[in-house]
Design a protein around this ligand. Structure first.
Ligand code: C2E
Ligand code: CA
Ligand code: CA
Length: 405
């Protein structure tokens, strides 16, 4: 039974649990909201999601003694119900024998799943900040994965899934030249779920194909509306992310082409973003698919460039229009000579192959100025704008006809 002693109140800003601490209890959130943060080995704090009323946090503690895998901080004053390991064991002992046995079996299987996904005994090695969310998703959520897969499809039909648009800046002209469409999931109970968590899961299940088709259609309609409202003096583009699953679908090109032709946007305004890994996974198929898209007028961008493969020979083999320099290089560029040298070489490599270069993750003016100086064509990053909903894009574009690099 719930008693007054096991109710806890936390104020906004307070930390409920800290990553690495020993955990002795779980909490049910009765009211309020929390955010879940992961500290990387580089000392950076990464946001991985939020939880609201009716959800549980720190449940691993009542299953096992493993340390907390994340820090949980209050974002709206919280009332929590604390469940200790002992309390849980006691409730279980007193439960109906069938319920007791069923729970024990489920717990044992849950533990096995978690062991297999390496969160117990062999915690994920968190060297790459970019991999943290993925590790978290893989580690914490064999059960979550199943839930996400089940819930995503209906979420896509409701307004839980939306797109945010991050403006891209033409560094040489000082103007906005386009947007990247980025998916957002506002779950009614779990709150914001990061695409770094749900995209790999829906890729595995194949649901990504529906999601990408939706994102392309939705973002092109948004671009049409934005252009109509802003009355811009040059063409803006929309960059949409695609995965290898999308490319494997036999009707991929037909579907993309069909979506473009029913919109008012021209094919030259559509940029397809794919990663190096995708290209290397299915070279022949990808080459033909990309060539058809390029012939139809679309642009092909290589996302997270520099993080995938060491061989550059594929740049000749595939029809590529743009390289997007991964933000890890841009971030270190001003402190680290080898990152700067790499950024410089990618820019000159791109130029010699007649490709455009976009720098991702520009977070301050110094980086923008340096990139412009080195001849980089475009930039994307929090320094210029964060991804934003369509309703904010029009105002942003109207107020920023000239961008101070
Ligand atoms: P990405 O394609 O590399 O997208 C850029 C990510 O960097 C976005 O994260 C964006 O919010 C973030 N970002 C932009 N500027 C900055 C900056 O200055 N600093 C920092 N620290 N980050 C910046 P987001 O929206 O969380 O998306 C994460 C990843 O999820 C994307 O990485 C992409 O791989 C995937 N994703 C998102 N939407 C879609 C989608 O519709 N389809 C597919 N296939 N993947 C998607
Ligand atoms: Ca991208
Ligand atoms: Ca990227």
């Amino acid at each position: 039974m719930q008693t007054e002693e096991n109710k806890k109140s936390f104020k906004t800003g307070e930390i409920i649990m800290r990553q690495g601490d020993a955990g002795k209890c779980a909490y049910v959130i009765e009211s309020g909201r929390v955010e879940i943060l992961i500290e990387t080995t580089k000392g950076e704090t990464q946001y991985v999601g939020s939880r609201g009323a009716g959800t549980m946090i720190g449940e691993m503690a009542i299953l096992d003694d493993s340390p907390r895998t994340a820090t949980v901080r209050v974002t709206e004053d919280c009332e929590l119900l604390e469940i200790t390991k002992e309390d849980f064991a006691l409730r279980l002992d007193n439960a109906d024998p069938v319920l007791h046995m069923t729970t024990q079996i489920i717990l044992t299987r849950y533990r096995d799943l978690l062991k297999r996904s390496q969160i117990i005994g062999d915690p994920p090695k968190m060297n790459e900040a970019e991999n943290i969310e993925l590790n978290y998703a893989q580690g914490s959520s064999a059960v979550e994965t199943v839930k996400i897969t089940n819930e995503f499809e209906s979420a896509l039909k409701s307004d839980e899934i939306s797109l945010h648009y991050q403006p891209l800046v033409d560094l040489q002209q000082g103007t906005i030249c386009g947007f990247e469409a980025l998916m957002r999931w506002e779950h009614p109970e779990k709150g914001f779920i990061s695409p770094a968590i749900f995209i790999p899961i829906i890729e595995d299940s194949g649901l990504i194909v529906k999601a990408s088709a939706w994102a392309l259609k939705e973002s092109l309609m948004a671009l049409q509306r934005i252009e109509h409202r802003v009355g811009y003096d040059h063409e803006l583009f929309m960059s949409v992310n695609f995965s290898s699953r999308d490319f494997a679908a036999p009707d991929f090109v037909d579907n993309v082409y069909e979506t473009i032709s029913v919109s008012d946007v021209s094919a030259s305004q559509v940029h397809l973003e794919i990663t190096e890994r995708l290209l290397m996974g299915q070279p022949d198929n990808a080459k033909d698919t990309l060539s058809m898209c390029q012939k139809a007028g679309m642009s092909i961008s290589i996302d997270d460039f520099g993080t995938g493969y060491s061989s550059l020979s594929y740049l000749h083999y595939f029809p590529i229009d743009t390289l997007k320099i991964d933000r890890s290089f841009v971030k270190d560029m001003l402190e680290n000579d080898s990152s700067l040298a790499l950024v410089k070489s990618i820019i000159s490599l791109g130029k010699s192959l007649n490709m455009k270069i976009i720098a991702e993750g520009v977070e301050n003016k110094e980086e923008g100025v340096k990139l412009k100086e080195m001849g980089c064509d475009m930039a994307q990053g929090y320094h210029y704008a964060r991804p934003m909903p369509e309703k904010d894009v029009t105002a942003f574009v109207s107020e920023n006809k000239k961008i101070d690099i």
